[in-house]
Design a protein around this ligand. Structure first.
Ligand code: SF4
Ligand code: SF4
Length: 72
């Protein structure tokens, strides 16, 4: 499952954007969004999702359970 950003909690700080190894995060209207087609859950790059680690707001970058798991 890719990660998603809870829009109502995103402050637009941009901390997550540069940490994504897949360039899956971009700014949209003052907040940031994850492209689910590009997010690999950081699999192949890191043990932990970098957007989660970078985000200063708890529970803002979260798994999108509506989508299937990423398969490498
Ligand atoms: S989990 Fe990793 S690949 Fe997915 S958006 Fe976050 S930093 Fe990018
Ligand atoms: S790090 Fe968190 S608060 Fe900052 S832009 Fe990314 S999702 Fe939004």
């Amino acid at each position: 499952m890719p990660y998603k950003i809870i829009a109502s909690q995103c402050t637009g700080c941009s901390a997550c954007e540069a940490e994504c190894p897949n360039q899956a995060i971009r700014e949209k209207g003052g907040i940031f969004v994850i492209n689910p087609e590009k997010c690999t859950e950081c699999i192949g790059y890191f043990d932990d999702p970098q957007c989660v680690l970078a985000c200063p707001v708890d529970n803002t970058c979260v798994i999108d359970t509506s989508r299937p798991r990423y398969v490498a």
